[in-house]
Write a protein that binds this ligand. Structure first.
Ligand code: ACM
Length: 505
């Protein structure tokens, strides 16, 4: 009952039983992870073993053809357990599989007595369909506490999701500490109030909200995630969705005499960064600090929903467009993003952008995050650019899952579990589920919206898309098989106390 479903699994007779003498043979970083995953609930010390062999859990790097960068082979026999992979990441996913093969109580956060810690004898060969299996968490709209980010990383790893996309800045909050520009977090990190109820109702709650993450704390989070095979991609969303930054430093905006406050309503602010060299220099300096904290090759520079009215009204911006020979103000965004791409390339980084850049001059080599519909996936591929499939139709988990009277307030809806499970991303770099947090003010609400739909997307990403009929619907037997496995899987989340949305009967 593994989730995501492995590529191949053969059940064999018998069990391997873990006890106080069971040894662990693994590279250091993997051994630490195996103990972090298994010891809290089992209490088993898993002492280091010099060799694989009887009574040992062994995780070894080796060359076995066909496993790729993240695949593994796991053999559980009656006398020992052996995982082999070409990379430490493959061994990490094998460790997650070992954990899923144990009784559900292994997910308990404290010691559990009286459980037989046994693994069924199996031969598993397992590798992912897609290299990018991501989850966006918006910590800009609500500053979710650091301990929750650790828990969220654990939940991603448990589903063999390998990327946390942290949306760190937006109109309503700037969460990344910038030493060179401290007001970004200290001023941009706080707003005077938030919408009460739905934003369209136009009421405020009168409650100040804010916070930001210290670079040192983010570094620790990055290291913790790396031990689990999870990379963290930061997003600094510019030049739009930037009102918090302009509130902190008015000279970043198009009218430095205007005093803006950090956004207090949801939606798209018309206030965007100006295109002056001094502003680009500041932005480059911000990204210099970003790449210093986040070692991942990809840096997301945002670029969604950028209104151009302020540029059109600005003599400096219109003159700049004329100098560059651009016929549309919108193309200024492509030029501006290209400047950032070049700067980040100097740091050895690739940029990721939202799909609006396709219409505005996406820099060569930018990875497109296709969100505005499945046609944007096709458009990115036609443009010859790598694409992560993140369409709202299948991956916007901030949308309600159903529209019952008990359903908590959501930005929109409906995105049912079965639709997610039937997603057909096509030939892309990978898939990603989005948790924009306008209506996810608490960690519990994030979990409610994330699960079980993120588990379904994790399976699309790892096991590959399931079969669908001509209407794009998953046939009943395939859906029943998935839902049965998911029901078992949810017991693991129960042990962890995850506030998932229960399956509908
Ligand atoms: C987005 O949903 N604005 C990327």
């Amino acid at each position: 009952m593994l989730l995501p479903r492995p590529t191949r699994l053969n059940r064999q007779d018998g069990y391997f039983v873990l006890d106080g003498t069971t040894g662990l043979h693994a590279p250091d970083s993997v051994a630490d992870l195996v103990r972090e995953l298994l010891t809290p609930a089992t209490g088993l010390p898993l002492p280091a073993a010099a060799e694989p062999g009887p009574g040992v859990l062994s995780f070894q790097m080796g060359t076995e053809p066909g496993l790729g960068a993240e695949g593994y082979r796991l053999t559980v026999g009656r006398v020992g357990v052996r995982a082999i992979a070409a990379t430490a990441d493959g061994l990490r996913w094998a460790a997650q599989t070992v954990r899923q093969l144990l009784p559900d109580e292994v997910y308990a956060t404290g010691p559990v007595r009286g459980v037989d810690w046994r693994l069924p004898a199996v031969e598993v060969v397992d590798l992912p369909a897609y290299a990018w299996r991501g989850s966006l968490l918006d910590v800009a709209r609500w500053c979710h506490p650091l301990p929750f980010l650790y828990r969220y990383v654990d939940l991603l790893a448990l589903h063999k999701l390998n990327t946390l996309h942290l949306h760190l800045t937006d109109d309503q909050g700037w969460r990344f500490e910038v030493h060179g520009h401290p007001r970004l977090a200290e001023v941009g990190g706080f707003r005077s109030e938030s919408p009460a109820g739905h934003a369209r109702d136009g009421r405020g709650d009168g409650v100040r909200h804010g916070g930001w993450y210290r670079q040192a704390d983010l570094r620790d989070l990055v290291a913790y995630a790396a031990r689990r095979g999870v990379r963290i991609m930061p997003e600094i969303d510019l030049p739009g969705h930037a009102q918090a930054a302009i509130a902190a430093y008015p000279d970043l905006g198009n009218d430095p005499r205007r005093r803006l406050s950090v956004g207090t309503t949801w939606g798209i602010s018309t206030h965007v960064l100006n295109l002056e060299p001094a502003t680009l220099d500041k932005v480059r300096a911000i990204f210099d600090e970003v790449v210093d904290v986040f070692p991942f090759e990809y840096v997301h520079v945002g670029g969604d929903e950028v209104p151009t009215e302020e540029w059109a009204a600005s003599p400096a911006a219109t003159a700049h467009a004329r100098r560059l020979g651009l016929s549309r103000m919108a193309q200024l965004q492509g030029w501006w993003t290209g400047q950032l791409a070049a700067h980040l390339a100097g740091h050895g980084r690739r940029i990721a952008v939202w799909d609006e850049l396709l219409d505005r001059g996406a820099p060569a080599g930018a990875t497109i995050f296709a969100w505005r519909g499945t046609d944007r996936i096709a458009a990115a591929r036609t443009a010859g650019l790598p694409v992560v499939a993140a369409p709202y139709t299948h991956t916007y988990f901030d949308w309600a899952e159903a529209d019952g009277p008990d359903e908590p307030l959501a930005i929109a809806g409906v995105l049912p579990l079965d639709t997610v499970y039937g997603f057909q991303p096509g030939p892309v770099l990978g898939v990603q589920g989005q948790l924009w947090s306008e209506y996810l003010p608490s960690s519990q609400r994030v979990e409610w919206r994330a699960f079980p739909r993120l588990a379904a997307l994790a399976e699309v990403g790892w096991s590959g898309p399931t079969v669908v009929d001509d209407a794009g619907v998953v046939p009943a037997p395939a859906l029943a098989e998935f839902r049965a496995r998911l029901a078992v899987h949810l017991r693991r989340l129960d042990q962890l106390g995850v506030s998932y949305r229960p399956l509908e009967r």
